[in-house]
Design a binder for this molecule. Structure first.
Ligand code: NDP
Length: 266
């Protein structure tokens, strides 16, 4: 098995939410694997910093200010990425989350009752996690169908596989991402577009700070993970490299758990 099967040499990729956390990890891993990368998110300083890191690795990079809930932003981003990189072979829908984890004790951890979720908050979480993914899939899919193929990787969550008290809006939106993945994989297989989804477990990022939880809560949560460590952005990034590369050429419509074994319990 040649290691070139895992290479992204000569490929161009776009990553939403590429400015920090998991998205930044994926953007840098793609560059390490040989790809040129368009880094998309709203915070200009963060996407420019990641683009600079990619250029320092000798790859092309472009930072494109984009709000994934706005279709005109996405259309502009696709156009700009095509102009700067010449093509889009891989599109990663990683932007999302946006639910604060604020508990400091196990008792508080899952205590944001569904009855307290405002309608506007439900819409906001669905807009960034599901509508944004749909709009980006549509825009990237169009460009890939025209070009004759490509790879789309969506980001679900362990929360979509189980009950998630306190996160009804988020888990439902991520379940929608899984469903969208299966439908698009079936619709676009004839166009040689593979569509897969990664389901991260508890990954330590600026959004979650799992690794910085106060000890009683942190230890209790860590105790439930069979591999006994928090996930790192690199754990998701290496999975994304696999799903973007030729090594996974027979995989489409898959939702791959990267949870340190936590998904076994749900
Ligand atoms: P972070 O908050 O660290 O990063 C989120 C990224 O998404 C940022 O770059 C942010 O940039 C961008 N983003 C947010 N909203 C928008 C928007 N409307 N348009 C464009 N970009 C946006 O989150 P994580 O790295 O922790 O999470 C990344 C993904 O992984 C999310 O989809 C999340 O749901 C999922 N996930 C994470 C888990 C974890 O434990 N960390 C577990 C399961 C799933 P900006 O604000 O500048 O736009």
């Amino acid at each position: 098995m040649p290691s070139s099967m895992f290479s992204l040499e000569g490929k161009a990729a776009a990553i939403t939410g590429g400015g920090r956390g998991i998205g930044r990890g994926i953007a840098l891993a793609f560059a390490d694997a040989g790809a040129d990368v368009a880094v998309l998110a709203r915070t200009q300083a963060e996407i420019e910093a990641v683009a600079a890191e990619i250029k320092a690795k000798g790859r092309k990079a472009v930072a494109i200010s984009t709000d994934v809930t706005q279709s005109h932003d996405i259309a502009k981003a696709v156009k700009r990425a095509m102009e700067e990189l010449g093509r889009i072979d891989i599109w990663v829908n990683n932007a999302g989350g946006e639910v604060g984890f604020v508990a400091s004790t196990l008792e508080q951890a899952f205590a944001v009752p569904t009855l307290q979720i405002e309608e506007a908050e439900w819409d906001r979480i669905f807009a960034v996690n599901l509508k944004g993914c749909f709009l980006c899939c549509q825009a990237a899919g169009r460009a890939m169908i025209e070009r004759g193929g490509g790879v789309i990787i969506n980001t679900g969550s362990l929360a979509a596989l189980t009950n998630a008290p306190g996160y009804a809006h988020y888990s439902a939106a991520k379940a929608g991402v899984m469903s969208l993945t299966l439908t698009l994989a079936a619709e676009w297989a004839p166009h040689d577009i593979r569509v897969n989804c990664i389901l991260p477990g508890l990954i330590a990022t600026p959004a979650t700070s799992w690794d910085k939880l106060p000890p009683p809560l942190g230890q209790a949560m860590l105790g439930g993970i069979p591999l006994k460590r928090w996930g790192l952005p690199q754990d998701i990034a290496i999975t994304a490299v696999f799903l973007a590369s030729e090594a996974s050429s027979y995989i489409t419509g898959s939702c791959l758990e990267v949870t340190g074994g936590l998904a076994m319990h749900v």
